[in-house]
Design a protein around this ligand. Structure first.
Ligand SMILES: Nc1nc2c(ncn2[C@@H]2O[C@H](COP(=O)(O)OP(=O)(O)OP(=O)(O)O)[C@@H](O)[C@H]2O)c(=O)[nH]1
Ligand SMILES: [Mg+2]
Length: 312
């Protein structure tokens, strides 16, 4: 292992937040091998929060994060491709509320999805491992629910929350294939707005249709203006975690996350290899040979070192 990674890991294990930030950046840049062998996951709960732009995901996370900190949990927030307000690619946002979170030890990190077909950042599973290994017990993952990201969040989160709000076409969103299956908890936000009631009725009619066993999906109404519904939401999140543990589903979801990590890594590797051989030999045979050469010469394993020398 590269010496710099070794030093960073040592500092990370001593609880140095700056080392954690640097290791996350390494993962984002593609050098995430070390997380497999040298980072140990601790007990944690990943809560994925998805939904259309502007429904109130960040506002809801703000409130939830504070609540869990008050319960004695260590909280981290990861936002994928946000437009607001966790936009600075660093740990700290600049809003007053964000500053309040940071003084309570909440770590906030933005990540770009980097052309991953609109999906989650390829490094997300390594980043989750780093955060849990650092001691964060509650990790909120905000993704804009468009296309692939919506499906991906279900692959990495233990609990999936879909936030809906009136007036932005979410009534139509509801009937998109799969939307009503991905979430464990449905939040109808902006309960202070009159139209929210209609949307809530529609969600109640659609969710849990024909479902008789397993987790009974919860529907919660919240308002980040009147600050209501959060007790119920917190309760639903806690109940779902309890359900995951008791039913054995938590293990199944962690296995799904590891599979997702493996597939993402493999796809990235194939894409990089295809890009490389495309110049030399544009045939399937050429690709197979390139992959074999790669494995034999161990390019994959040298990635960490390459990154430090400015290459990939
Ligand atoms: N009336 C009302 N407005 C809200 C509520 N929650 C959030 N908003 C407003 O909705 C806007 C978007 O809120 P955000 O929390 O940034 O929403 P988001 O889903 O994180 O948005 P993106 O990250 O851009 O996808 C902001 O102007 C909020 O003040 C609510 O409960 N009621
Ligand atoms: Mg947001």
């Amino acid at each position: 292992m590269n010496l710099t990674v070794q030093v960073l890991l040592k500092r990370y294990r001593c609880g140095d937040v700056r080392a954690l930030a640097q290791l996350i950046t390494l993962c984002e840049n593609g050098a995430n091998h070390f997380t497999e062998d040298f980072v140990e996951e601790k007990e944690h709960h990943v809560v994925g929060i998805t939904g259309s732009p502007g429904v109130g995901k960040s506002s809801i996370i703000d409130e939830l994060a504070l609540r869990y900190v008050d319960r004695g949990e260590r909280v981290a927030v990861v936002a994928i491709d946000p437009s607001s307000p966790f936009t600075h690619g660093a740990f700290l946002g600049d809003r007053v509320r964000m500053r309040k979170l940071s003084t309570k030890g909440v770590v906030i990190r933005s990540m770009a999805s980097r052309g991953n077909g609109g999906g989650l950042a390829p490094a997300i599973t390594s980043v989750l491992k780093l955060l849990s290994g650092f001691g964060f017990s509650k990790i909120f993952l905000e993704t804009v629910g468009i296309g692939q990201a919506e499906v991906d969040v279900a692959n990495v989160a233990d609990t999936v929350i879909l936030v809906l709000s009136p007036g932005i076409g979410d009534e139509i969103q509801l009937f998109k294939t799969g939307v009503m299956e991905i979430a464990d908890i449905y939040v109808v936000n902006k309960a202070d707005l009159e139209e929210s009631k209609k949307l809530r009725t529609l969600v109640e009619q659609t969710v849990n249709q024909g479902k008789t066993e397993g987790w009974k999906r919860r529907i919660v109404g919240t308002s980040c203006v009147e600050w209501c519904g959060f007790e119920e939401l917190e309760e639903a999140i806690n109940e779902h975690l309890q359900y995951l543990k008791e039913s054995g589903e938590l293990l199944a979801r962690r296995t799904r996350r590891r599979k997702f990590a493996l597939i993402s890594r493999f796809l990235r590797y194939v894409r990089e290899t295809v890009e490389k051989v495309a110049v030399e030999d544009l045939t399937l045979e050429g690709l197979k040979k390139a992959i074999c050469d790669d494995i034999i010469f161990g390019r994959e394993n040298k990635k960490d070192e390459n990154i430090y020398q400015g290459g990939r």
